[in-house]
Ligand binder design. Structure first.
Ligand SMILES: [Zn+2]
Length: 739
């Protein structure tokens, strides 16, 4: 189509919007123009309802007005786009698996009768960072939507955003309403928006507005509420209490991000935050606590901290803050980019080593340094599997920090467009700490992910907190000259640590051990360790074939991802090698059915398999502050029920069982927990079990047999660790998804 044929353009949309005071009035004119512009069959414009967590689309169909309501939640395409504030191009909405990859709860429901949706383009309508609606196009006529359609749709959405903002009476910036109501002068307002000490410090802004300008908290709340289009909730402990699941989030994470999860008398959760436009944070919290459509509200930073139990509100300067202060004052006049060779360099060097030392001290596994478009750089660390926001770095220093890390890791500083991998090492109290560094170019700039490698190489098998009966069984399995041992569990369940502990146990000078890993996280002297690279077709299966030519005694295959690898692993174990590998399955018996489903021969497999160890990590109580108490009757009954009557005698339960609970102290950052420990389910191959595998019995039958052969389940093992005082009953409930 050409312009000569009357193809509408962007300016037509602009002029139609100008003529109408509300979108609904202009929609009948807008609709054909947009449909022609994108050559698509349907257009829907969802608008956010004032101060609600939902969207409404209205349009005339024949004589009546049709209304579609959608919650801002991951359960629909428009709802997910609204929640994440990210555009989605969906080539085939009927492909449920592809949707689940975007978000586990995302699904598609046809909204119109007798209509088949073939493709969808959905973009958020955002103005001044605040979500105001969703613009959705359906069924591009030829070939589906393209990236240029996405760009054009985003331009249209921007135009719609201005209109929606006007309709809702929204403001451009959080404090603008104070100016509109004459409560504040333009001069003061500009100072707040531009001065660097106020940037990313909403607490300081609020304190200034209240103490210096005598503004009421409710006035601040109204202004924020108008801007973010969500209700304002002040500090009111009589009406709200802390949501019961909040303990699953780290308190310092909540304080740092100025966020608290409240519940009203009906226990309906509300996420109260200082910046409700932070879609990522909302999604992170929703996912962590498994919240379904919580309310979102805006709160003053001091109120949020009060809910979180902080009574004496003053910023506590730590080492990191001091360094950041020094950096920001030394570079106050201009916002120019600082390069790594400038006078600032020593501060940058100290800043990077501060980050590394903090990470090691907190026992973090990863450090993420993420650039943000138009904002400060985020520094996050994963501790005990939970990601925490640590500090923000001024955007002007982002490049210098990244460059410093790249220098330490021997990477090319000039190359910023392609990802690079490297390693760096630093000393902490005389101990060498190794860090794997990966750079990632993003549209906002270059980011870095650092993984702190286990310092001491492999952990001794005896320190793995494996109960004596399991440890003895495991040791018998791994001294066999051939066979296959599988360690199974989801990502982050500590499989690699366990495998290396086993290898460490077996690693004697007379044994030839080869490993294929992705990535190589733990190194051990005496092992031949190979990093696989699927991109250049060096896969687990090809590595395994290469290994067999070198005739090792023991082979570790990082993961049996596919049939080919699984087959090759079994073959190798049947030809005189001890093979260790992992699988992403939930339980030991389920692993067997999974492998048979992959097409493995049941006879070969059951001959080869020496054992399957399923495992998980659970949080352990802080030894400094854990508090003993006598289990209640309910807890006593819970333990009995979960362990099972049949085996209860093994626990030797007294009438008064002593359990421990989390309390919180300085040593554990007030969380009550420190570190994690493994819980294990070890299945050994017995003649009875082999017979069941031959006839492809169900996972349930296999589990029954394994239990009567002596296997104890993950929950049973976790209960043993509960009674040892390693953990509390809450962690058992989380592990089992039990209440
Ligand atoms: Zn403690």
């Amino acid at each position: 189509m050409t312009d000569a044929n009357g193809t509408p353009d962007f300016s037509d949309i602009h002029s139609i919007l100008q003529q109408h005071s509300s979108l609904i009035n202009g929609f009948s004119q807008l609709q054909p123009v947009i449909m022609k512009l994108f050559t698509c069959e349907r257009v829907t414009i969802y608008q956010r309802r004032r101060q609600q967590q939902d969207l409404v689309a209205k349009f005339k169909s024949g004589a009546h007005t049709v209304k579609i309501e959608v919650a801002i939640s991951p359960q629909s395409i428009a709802g997910y786009v609204a929640l994440s504030k990210q555009s989605l191009l969906i080539p085939n909405p009927q492909d449920a698996d592809a949707l689940r990859l975007i978000h586990p709860r995302l699904c598609f429901v046809e909204q119109y009768d007798q209509f088949v949706t073939r493709n969808i383009l959905c973009v958020p309508i955002v103005h001044a960072d605040v979500l105001l609606g969703v613009f959705q196009l359906i069924n591009k006529q030829e070939g589906g939507f393209t990236e240029s359609d996405v760009t054009l749709a985003q331009m249209v959405a921007e135009e719609l955003g201005k209109h929606c903002c006007y309709e809702l009476g929204g403001t451009l910036r959080p404090w603008d309403d104070l100016l509109h109501r004459d409560l504040l002068s333009t001069k003061v307002l500009n100072e707040i928006y531009t001065e660097s000490r106020y940037k990313n410090n909403p607490l300081l802004i609020c304190q200034k507005l209240i103490s210096e300008h005598r503004l009421a908290e409710s006035d601040l709340g109204t202004s924020l509420s108008l801007h973010y289009q969500v209700p304002f909730i002040p500090y009111n402990p009589d009406q709200y209490h802390i949501y019961h699941n909040e303990h699953m989030l780290n308190i310092s994470y909540l304080k740092h991000n100025l966020i608290v999860i409240l519940a009203d008398a009906q226990d309906k959760p509300t996420i109260l935050m200082a910046d409700p436009s932070n879609a990522n944070m909302i999604m992170e919290v929703e996912q962590a606590l498994n919240l379904v459509q919580p309310e979102i509200a805006v709160g003053l930073p001091q109120h949020i901290l009060q809910y979180l139990g902080e009574n004496n509100i003053a910023s506590s300067p730590g080492d990191m803050d001091e360094i950041l202060d020094e950096i920001s004052t030394s570079n106050d006049e201009d916002d120019e980019q600082v390069d790594e060779l400038s006078d600032d360099a020593p501060a940058i060097v100290r800043l990077v080593s501060r980050i590394l030392h903090d990470a090691k001290r907190l026992d973090a596994s990863d450090i993420h340094i993420d650039p943000e478009k138009n904002g400060p750089t985020r520094v996050r660390m994963r501790v005990d599997g939970v990601c925490r926001d640590l500090n923000n770095l001024p955007a002007s220093h982002h490049n210098a920090v990244i460059a410093r890390i790249k220098i330490m890791a021997n990477l090319n500083i000039a190359e910023k467009r392609i990802p690079q991998d490297g390693k760096l090492a630093f000393k902490l109290s005389g101990q060498l700490v190794e860090v794997r560094v990966a750079t990632i170019p993003t549209v906002a700039g270059e980011g870095v992910v650092m993984r702190i490698l286990a310092t001491a190489g492999a952990m001794p098998l005896s320190k793995m907190n494996i109960v004596p009966s399991n440890l003895q069984m495991l040791q018998q399995m791994i001294v066999k000259p051939h066979g296959i041992l599988l360690v199974v569990g989801p990502t982050g369940s500590g499989k690699t640590t366990t495998l290396h502990a086993i290898l460490g146990h077996l690693n004697t000078p007379d044994k030839k051990i080869w490993t294929a890993e992705d990535p190589v996280e733990i190194t051990q002297p005496g092992l031949q360790q190979v990093q696989i690279a699927p991109k250049i077709n060096f896969t687990f299966a090809t590595a395994l074939r290469a290994f067999l030519r070198a005739d090792p005694d023991i082979i570790l295959i990082g993961e049996m991802r596919d049939k080919e690898t699984a087959h090759a692993g079994i073959e190798a174990s049947l030809t005189g090698h001890l093979v260790l590998s992992t699988l992403h399955t939930n339980s030991a018996p389920e692993t067997i059915t999974r492998l048979l489903d992959l097409g493995l021969d049941p006879v070969n497999f059951s001959d080869a398999c020496v054992g399957i160890l399923a495992q998980r990590l659970i949080r352990t109580l802080c030894p400094e502050c854990k508090e003993p108490y006598t289990a209640s009757a309910t807890e006593h009954a819970f333990i009995e029920r979960q362990y099972g009557d049949e085996y209860l005698y093994e626990l030797d339960l007294a009438d008064n069982v002593t359990l421990y609970r989390a309390q919180g102290c300085d040593a554990c950052g007030d969380s009550g927990y420190k570190g994690r420990t493994g819980v294990h389910e070890l299945l050994s191959m017995t003649p009875a079990l082999r017979a069941l595998i031959y006839r492809k019995a169900s996972a349930h039958e296999l589990a029954e047999q394994a239990r009567s052969d002596g296997m104890r389940t993950l929950i049973q093992d976790a209960l043993r660790k509960l009674l040892k005082g390693d953990t509390d009953i809450k962690q058992i409930q989380i592990l089992g998804g039990l209440d």
